[in-house]
Design a protein around this ligand. Structure first.
Ligand SMILES: Nc1ncnc2c1ncn2[C@@H]1O[C@H](COP(=O)(O)OP(=O)(O)O)[C@@H](O)[C@H]1O
Ligand SMILES: [Mg+2]
Length: 313
């Protein structure tokens, strides 16, 4: 048996203040957050639908066809899209919102990338089986014998393409193919089981994910680069209190946007992890932050090139 600490990063109980704050601070994801809350609530606790029906469709039985279709889906959510667009940040924080919405505890498990194994025959399959056994055991405790929901378990698999890349890829190692099969078998045990488990996979390379894995997903959420309003929100938030003129922020919003030559604009993380720190350090220790300084920094850095999302060949 592999120990829990070898398979997962430390388990976190949600809600907790740092992640509540991180969830709130994610910009431009309101539509995704709304849809994610609904999908997650219905997958983790099908009883929410029964309560809704009791208020709105009283003639409907709890095992009606529509609810059965929803309930029988695998509890798998895919987060796909550009680098630095909030996939990991949302995957590791939406449990705070879900905990409040359902009024239960949420246990956050994050699979370690090293859980992929070293390529020895049978190793990856065994690791994936064990990971599902462990989160499954935790998730089962989340429902009382009487069926009442007390806790939801979320398993986040970040950089999921490293784990379940397409079995169609020609040079794919036999061991990786076995890993995909183990993953599908693992997630399928939970479809329609009523066990409050959610698996979230994040990837920058949706096209590289195995088609069978993509088909299993109850929902796929697509993340993108910020538009002008969203860049304005991130930048004015970051520089709040610096007393920069509105027109300075506007120039920076433009300088970080799409360019005439077809290059896309800055990603969220280009703004928060590159532009803002670089600008502050360029001014520190002797100068204030000025419009010229900000524009120069933005032009020097430039956006992260788009990730070409093509299936491995
Ligand atoms: N929608 C967003 N709103 C605000 N900041 C964001 C957003 N998306 C990403 N960031 C910033 O970029 C950092 C990296 O984001 P991350 O979630 O790791 O990106 P991804 O997993 O999509 O590559 C975050 O910690 C945050 O500072
Ligand atoms: Mg990420």
């Amino acid at each position: 048996m592999t120990s829990t600490t070898e398979l997962f990063h430390p388990v976190i109980s949600l809600p907790e203040p740092v992640r509540v704050d991180r969830y709130k601070r994610l910009v431009g994801l309101d539509d995704i957050k709304t849809r994610l809350r609904k999908e997650a609530a219905v997958l983790a606790d099908p009883a929410v639908l029964t309560r809704w029906a009791a208020a709105n469709h009283r003639g409907v039985s709890s095992d009606n066809a529509a609810f059965t279709l929803l309930r029988d889906r695998a509890p798998l959510l895919l987060f796909a899209g550009d680098v630095g667009s909030g996939k990991s940040a949302l995957a590791e924080s939406f449990g705070c919102d879900l905990a409040t919405f359902l009024d239960v505890d949420v246990n956050l498990y994050r699979l370690k990338l090293s859980a992929r194994g070293t390529g020895h025959v049978g190793e990856m399959t065994a690791l994936i089986d064990e990971a599902f056994q462990k989160v499954g055991a935790e998730a089962r405790i989340g429902r009382t014998a009487a069926g009442k929901l007390q806790a939801v378990t979320i398993l986040v698999i970040d950089e999921a393409d490293a784990l379940v890349q397409s079995r169609e890829a020609s040079q794919m190692h036999h061991e990786d193919r076995a890993g995909v099969d183990a993953f599908l078998a693992g997630i399928d045990q939970f479809a329609g089981s009523g066990i409050p488990l959610l698996v979230v996979m994040c990837t920058n390379r949706l096209a590289a994910l195995d088609p069978a894995v993509k088909r299993r997903a109850a929902a796929t959420f697509t993340f993108g680069r910020p538009n002008a309003d969203q860049r304005r929100q991130v930048l004015s938030g970051a520089f709040e209190g610096f007393e920069l003129a509105d027109e300075t922020i506007e120039k920076l919003v433009l300088a970080t946007g799409e360019r005439g030559d077809g290059l896309p604009g800055f990603t969220y993380s280009d703004l928060t992890q590159r532009l803002v720190p670089t600008a502050v350090l360029a001014a520190y220790p002797d100068e204030p932050i000025t419009a010229d300084l900000l524009i120069t920094v933005a032009e020097d850095l430039g956006p992260t090139p788009p990730f070409s999302d093509v299936a491995a060949s």
